[in-house]
Design a protein around this ligand. Sequence first.
Ligand code: NAD
Ligand code: TDX
Length: 335
Amino acid sequence: MKLLVTGGAGFIGSNFVHYIAKKYPDYQITNLDLLTYAGNLENLKALEGNPNYKFVKGDIADKDLVNDLAKDVDVIVHFAAESHVDRSILDSSAFIHTNVVGTHNLLEAAKNNGNKRFHHVSTDEVFGSLGPNDPAFNENTPYDPRSPYSASKASSDHLVRAYYHTYGLPVTISNCSNNYGPYHFPEKLIPLFVTNLIEDKKVPLYGDGMNIRDWLYVEDHCQAIDLIIHGGRIGETYCVGGASEKTNKEITYKILELMGKDEGSIEFVKDRPGHDKRYAIDFSKIKNELGWEPSVSFEEGLQKTIEWFKNNEAWWKNIKNGDYKNYYAKQYGEK
Ligand code: NAD
Ligand code: TDX
């Protein structure tokens, strides 16, 4: 099978490329990534020289490039996105460019090259914010995005469905909850807090720390996507979750405990504007249809993640001090 993976130099995309290369060594993987601030080829160093892996630096919104790449693939697995809610609040233009215009461009390329199989990686944030006693999100939950990031992802989901209904493009969508694990960019809650604590810095907890997210170890997400691209029903959406709802405060205390720190390291800071209160996922559809369920508990996944960050200080220090850009910028040009 020939896969075109977009955003494969980011957090989940690079975990997915490693997962596929290991499980299906004969698959050919082309990784199209613009290497924005979030893209880092260090994540894929182990694959350099692998004849079945190819990296292409480029923008998913580049019509000619994407059209050329789509000619020679069987499946497009679309991760590339601007992914950080706080950045979308400061300036959402890149979110519209990549998440909306870029996704549309990929859909056009898939359609114009013989209706290529298309899997779209999306998020639970498109469904909005739950109250404490509301039932978890499922595939029939109405869309109610509330940040520029989630609005741009919702828009891309609608486009993907439109291409299925209008042109018969063979699509699937997955809406997943918060991932964590190796290569997680240290602007997001768990990697930021873990790396700050290794550096003896404080951790900035937004508001009262009582917002709730559902957490899934990244490899479990990769497995869910693997099952969907191989056995998912065309035109369908699958909700993917970790059965692991936690307040940010609970997570912070757990990290402090595992890292031998105390609450003196917490700094309560101004809340995120429009901060969604709670996300939760009912993943019974993918469980019943494809036999998927999370295999890594939050406790185990968090321990593994902390270990990974302790053992890979050079990786995140290079990101935190900006050095990771210099090396690849020389090879591939500045973005
Ligand atoms: P990330 O920010 O770590 O990585 C995004 C990657 O996309 C980077 O490598 C970046 O260089 C690349 N990219 C950005 N704009 C591009 C463009 N115009 N053309 C080509 N490449 C471009 O993101 P992530 O956390 O790995 O998320 C991957 C996908 O999964 C996103 O679509 C996101 O919405 C979705 N998702 C993420 C989570 C999560 O918890 N991180 C949860 C559910 C869904
Ligand atoms: O410094 C922080 N302090 C803090 O309290 C940061 C970065 C976050 N938070 C809070 C905000 C959220 O309630 O922690 C929670 C998690 O925040 P993020 O790590 O920024 O993730 P979130 O906003 O939930 O979005 C993530 O999950 C869904 C990903 O970034 C998205 O790409 C994905 O779609």
